[in-house]
Design a protein around this ligand. Structure first.
Ligand SMILES: [Zn+2]
Length: 412
């Protein structure tokens, strides 16, 4: 089953703009309320049992269960009886908001790098989702939103044929309102078949990605235009916060960021097609880029958007072009020699060149990793095309398995 998202700009009437803004407001209030409820529960469990906390007292009884998704969803339908304005919003939309909050909380406890969920200001709450759609909700130049009705869109591209819309998401951006439509295939689409030519991709430090033969640098989308942004930010500082002029500049900054994001995305798609032109099979590392962007590579990886490229754009383009895409184990790709397969030891970040102490093979660190990834991919799909450069005749399935085992022990 294949799903993907198309984005269309909405052309709402004045009344529809009010309606969308009202949706955002009500959804945000539900989000913040539910978040406060969870936070109060958590805080009430924090203070030590034998003393009062200095600042405040929490009076949530000890046997009150944690307000998880199910409890909050139930409370929401109760609340609708007392607060009629909640009924102005589609019921599934509101449930989706509680799910979003629930996910932020579980992510926080599961993924160590995630920050604690926060209350959302108007600027930080920009979208809502319709998880279920009515029949015949798409028409040329317009779509039908549940509870809101027909709304005009700019038909920048035709709807894909053979797919049904599964979900609508309305998003407010600096340049207007957009509708993200998630499409799903009706039947299962056959997976792309393996071809003859393979490449591996290494998410580089020096380069954006490296292939076995090429280092591809990313244009400095944000950093290149940092000066312009700084001027805007300086002007913003001089204005009174919240004033009309302040808002104007704020909007300019938001538009600026949107433009940067658009040109980045455009470049990602071009790069993905460029790579697909060269090869049949693409193998990538299985990296959690979310934790990556919090650490060492922060500024750089956020600016280049490497995670979005590897995990979303590339698999989509590969699928569209009928190319084979696979993630392989990322461990120790920089420690292995692509020529003889030996483990050459850990490299410092500053070490840009791979020099193998066993076979004297010398090449750029990133292209070496890309080759290692390519070989791992080929082994994973059963292409044992690799020649053994050291000439000791270790080719063959059994040896390769032992070889992998030894390596995994070495990497641990
Ligand atoms: Zn070597």
């Amino acid at each position: 089953m294949i799903t993907f998202t198309y984005a269309y700009k909405i052309k709402p009437s004045k009344q529809q703009v009010r309606q969308i803004e009202q949706y955002l407001d009500i959804c945000r209030s539900v989000y913040n309320y539910a978040h406060a409820e969870r936070k109060a529960w958590l805080d009430s469990r924090k203070s030590l049992i034998d003393r009062c906390s200095i600042q405040s007292e929490y009076i949530i009884p000890a046997d009150t269960p944690f307000p998880g998704y199910n409890l909050q969803a139930k409370a929401l339908s109760e609340a609708k009886k007392k607060l009629p304005h909640l009924k102005l919003v589609n019921a599934q939309c509101l449930q989706q908001i509680l799910k979003r909050l629930d996910k932020a909380w579980t992510d926080f406890f599961k993924v160590p790098e995630r920050g604690f969920p926060r209350f959302r200001s108007k600027n930080r709450f920009r979208s809502f989702v319709f998880p279920q759609l009515g029949k015949k909700c798409l028409d040329v130049g317009r779509v039908k939103l549940p509870s809101i009705g027909w709304i005009r869109i700019r038909q920048s591209r035709p709807y894909p044929t053979g797919f049904t819309p599964k979900q609508f998401q309305v998003v407010r951006k600096a340049s207007g309102y957009y509708l993200m439509i998630v499409f799903q295939s009706l039947e299962s689409v056959p997976d792309p078949v393996l071809g003859k030519v393979s490449i591996g991709l290494d998410a580089g430090i020096e380069s954006f990605v490296a292939t076995p033969t090429e280092l591809i640098k990313s244009p400095k989308f944000l950093r290149g235009q940092l000066r312009k942004l700084k001027i805007l930010q300086r002007r913003l500082k001089k204005k009174n916060k919240g004033s009309n002029n302040w808002l104007k500049i704020q909007r300019k900054i938001a538009k600026f960021h949107e433009k940067v994001a658009n040109s980045r995305r455009d470049w990602h798609f071009k790069l993905a097609h460029y790579l697909c032109n060269q090869t049949d099979n693409i193998f990538v590392e299985d990296i959690d880029f979310n934790s990556w962007s919090k650490g060492l590579f922060c500024q750089q990886s956020l600016d280049s958007g490497i995670g979005g490229f590897i995990n979303q754009v590339l698999p989509f383009v590969c699928w569209k072009r009928g190319k084979y895409y696979l993630k392989v184990n990322k461990n120790g790709t920089s420690q292995e020699c692509s020529n003889c397969g030996e483990i050459t030891g850990k490299k410092e970040l500053s070490e840009r060149v791979h020099i193998c102490q066993y076979c004297n093979h010398t090449e750029s660190r990133d292209t070496n990793s890309a080759k290692v990834i390519m070989h791992r991919g080929q082994r994973a799909v059963g292409h044992t095309v690799r020649e053994n450069a050291c000439g000791d005749g270790l080719a063959g399935v059994i040896q390769l398995t032992l070889f992998d085992l030894a390596k995994s022990l070495g990497a641990a």
